[in-house]
Design a protein around this ligand. Sequence first.
Ligand SMILES: Cc1cc2nc3c(=O)[nH]c(=O)nc-3n(C[C@H](O)[C@H](O)[C@H](O)COP(=O)(O)OP(=O)(O)OC[C@H]3O[C@@H](n4cnc5c(N)ncnc54)[C@H](O)[C@@H]3O)c2cc1C
Ligand code: SF4
Length: 328
Amino acid sequence: MEFLPDFDVKRPLTIVEAVAMAAMKNTCFLAGGTDLMPNLRRGVGNPKTLVDLSAIAEMTEINETDSGLCIGGGVTLQQLIANPQIQRDFNVVMEAAETIAGTTHRYTATVGGNLCLDTRCQYYNQSEWWRSANDYCLKHKGNICHVAPKGNICRAAFSGDLAPAMLIHEAQVELISTEGRRVVNLDDMYQEDGANSLTLKQGELLASVTLSKLDGYQTAYKKMRVRGGVDFPLAGVAMAVRGSEDNLEDMRIALTGTNSRPIRLEGTDALKGKPLDEAGLKALGKLVFAQVMPMRSTFTPAAYRRKVAINMVRRLALNLLCQAYSKR
Ligand SMILES: Cc1cc2nc3c(=O)[nH]c(=O)nc-3n(C[C@H](O)[C@H](O)[C@H](O)COP(=O)(O)OP(=O)(O)OC[C@H]3O[C@@H](n4cnc5c(N)ncnc54)[C@H](O)[C@@H]3O)c2cc1C
Ligand code: SF4
């Protein structure tokens, strides 16, 4: 039985108060707590103060903008799924949210918490007893990575489901700290380092995320997981396509669960203006093979996760293009 460590909890009512409270070392934000609390109970992290964001009303709004939608970081996944604009214009985001954790988690889990999710690894998300018996690892207290012992970087996997779906919609995040406000592409909030996958500064808050609408695209999110009812993705794919099987006009693809950050698949422009036939699907598979980097960070073998990612991308592309055809 493991117990929560001692910590203080502060409950600000505004963003300004929250970032002032979180500017100190050993402090972190608490949103829905569905990832943070199990981690703390396992001794993964030992903050002295938690800044609880749940009373900040200004972070719970969803507002239409000229070109899309602005979603507060404190909006829960259930609110996101139930929102009529999300259902109408951001189907891929709704589909991704519906696959996250279990039904009860989604009533407290937030958009900000999901986008700022820590990476996961079978050697790290374990009890203190288990980790100490293995002499810890590079991500925390140790000197070696058990996944890639010759490497000097943590390869834990980013497994958040919302990020790839939002990347398809050119998401931009509003980040606020005591140093001010900045707006960056969601893509730039991540880096390929499992121990430090977010480029946020100490005490920097994800206040909102803005999505742009996509006109004339078919979109979808699919993920593979070990337990269908409630589980992180062993690979997840978000996709938007325009055109037909005979003439692919445009294609956007983003993946999660395979690397230490969510990735936008590069190189799909070369497939544009051509049929997505056997040669096209082969070329698409090669792009995925070259850019996904699953490692031994989960119980599911890395080579299998890579195959799953390739097959999901190909299958989803064909399904979406067929849907486009049948709607004509
Ligand atoms: C059984 C189980 C299954 C799960 N399955 C999935 C799954 O399939 N897919 C998936 O994506 N996740 C899954 N999760 C993880 C988690 O439930 C979700 O990712 C959830 O969306 C996290 O949101 P939260 O509000 O609970 O975040 P919290 O746990 O409160 O916080 C997560 C992290 O984000 C930081 N944070 C929170 N809000 C902000 C903010 N506004 N600005 C800056 N930093 C912030 C916190 O400090 C913390 O480091 C699962 C969890 C459990 C327990
Ligand atoms: S990938 Fe390596 S360093 Fe990172 S958590 Fe796993 S074992 Fe630790």
